[in-house]
Design a protein around this ligand. Structure first.
Ligand SMILES: Nc1ncnc2c1ncn2[C@@H]1O[C@H](COP(=O)(O)OP(=O)(O)OP(=O)(O)O)[C@@H](O)[C@H]1O
Ligand code: SF4
Ligand SMILES: [Mg+2]
Length: 365
């Protein structure tokens, strides 16, 4: 794993991090940029949020909005991606239980990974090694952090496979990943992620590749396990419907930034950003055709290299031409509080947004 580097800070320079927050996880002004031949890709560009233990945060946004890069950044794995030859630039602060991870010793972060924080990856095949049995991989994950013999670890692996609903776990523990169905592989990966009772679990689109019934089972499973272990959970998805049910808070990402965040019921029932309105309008419903990958609104996601000045959603926003007080198009809207613990980044006034939501959008949903 490549070493983390803080943008602008020479190696060995003392951390300039501010005092530890009281929240279990606090991300402050996180930026993850990738130098490429075409320019600097600003995959995550100033993201902040908090999460307490026992709570679930849903991160929603369309493909390429920076959801996975955010979670890999928290885990200290952002440089391990497919183009990870050049060092990613990461800045900001990531506080986990009183430790600032970006300025911490990489060895320390490595130890936290798996024990205190774990991730369920978007694609289980990329996380499971094809040449080792499921059991061997869970045993390995457990023994890195616990000084136990192989027998004890194997018992733990079987117990975890049972816990995530794999039938005949004492037999399936010796299966290879390719012998499992997609849903079973996803369960096995959840078992591996949870084997050390992590206090922070990041589930990156844990159900994208699965059919609807299995999706529901996996989400129920994550919810049950969270209750049991009291972990903090981040669920990443394209589908606002998934997080509306599961999450306490929702963060909506667009072009590497947060455009709206707040309590789940507020973001779901009183959203205050046109992009969130678009996401809600594209949610699968019984009377709509099932879509594999949801297209929230017409048009393409913004370039993360040549980020336009002003609101990144402008080219796709149906309300871009609504007259606004005292702002020009070239000014980027910052997050402003629109309700208790509820923020949105849009130049329209609160009244304008409330009116559009109540009169034009909500009745059509
Ligand atoms: N190592 C890298 N080098 C250059 N660009 C990268 C790198 N990793 C990610 N990106 C770019 O950063 C952007 C955000 O990627 P990310 O994987 O976080 O999106 P996502 O929101 O998880 O999308 P999806 O829903 O498709 O999983 C994308 O445009 C991606 O191409
Ligand atoms: S600032 Fe303008 S373009 Fe951006 S979301 Fe609000 S209305 Fe749309
Ligand atoms: Mg992703």
């Amino acid at each position: 794993m490549t070493e983390l580097s803080k943008t602008g800070a020479a190696v060995g320079e003392p951390s300039t991090a501010s005092p530890a927050p009281s929240a279990f996880l606090e991300v402050r002004d996180l930026k993850v940029h990738f130098p490429t031949d075409d320019g600097l890709v600003k995959s995550v560009d100033g993201l902040s949020f908090q999460l307490e233990k026992g709570k679930t945060l849903g991160i929603v946004g369309e493909s390429g909005s920076g959801k996975s890069v955010t979670s890999l950044g928290i885990m200290g794995l952002h440089t391990a991606g497919q183009y990870g030859k050049r060092k990613a630039q990461i800045s900001g602060e990531i506080w986990l239980d009183g430790t600032e991870l970006l300025s911490a010793d990489p060895d320390h972060v490595r130890k936290l990974r798996g024990r205190e924080m774990a991730m369920i990856f978007q694609d289980p095949l990329s996380a499971l090694h094809p040449y080792y049995t499921i059991g061997a991989q869970i045993v390995e994950a457990y023994r890195i952090h616990h000084k136990v013999d192989k027998k004890t670890a194997r018992r733990r692996a079987i117990e975890m496979l049972d816990r995530v609903g794999i039938p005949q776990p004492d037999k399936r523990v010796d299966s290879y990943p390719h012998e499992f169905s997609g849903g079973m592989r996803q369960r096995a990966m959840i078992a591996m992620s949870l084997v050390n009772n992590p206090e922070l679990l990041i589930a990156d689109e844990p159900t994208t590749a699965l059919d609807v019934t299995v999706q529901a089972q996996i989400l129920d499973l994550i919810r049950d396990l969270q209750k049991e272990f009291g972990s903090a959970v981040i669920i990443i998805t394209h589908d606002l419907g998934v997080v509306a049910e599961l999450a306490d808070d929702i963060l909506v990402m667009y072009g590497g930034r947060c455009v709206e965040r707040g309590p789940a019921d507020k973001v779901f029932y009183e959203p205050r950003h046109p992009y969130t309105w678009g996401l809600l309008g594209s949610m699968p419903r019984l009377d709509r055709e099932q879509q594999d990958r949801l297209i929230p609104v017409k048009g393409s996601p913004p370039s993360l290299i040549n980020v336009p000045s002003g609101c990144a959603f402008n080219p796709r926003c149906p309300y871009a031409d609504v007259p606004k007080d005292n702002v020009t198009r070239t000014v980027r809207p910052e997050l402003t509080e629109v309700g208790s613990q509820h923020w949105a980044a849009c130049h329209m006034s609160q009244e304008q947004r409330e009116r559009i939501w109540t009169e034009e959008i909500a009745p059509k949903l």
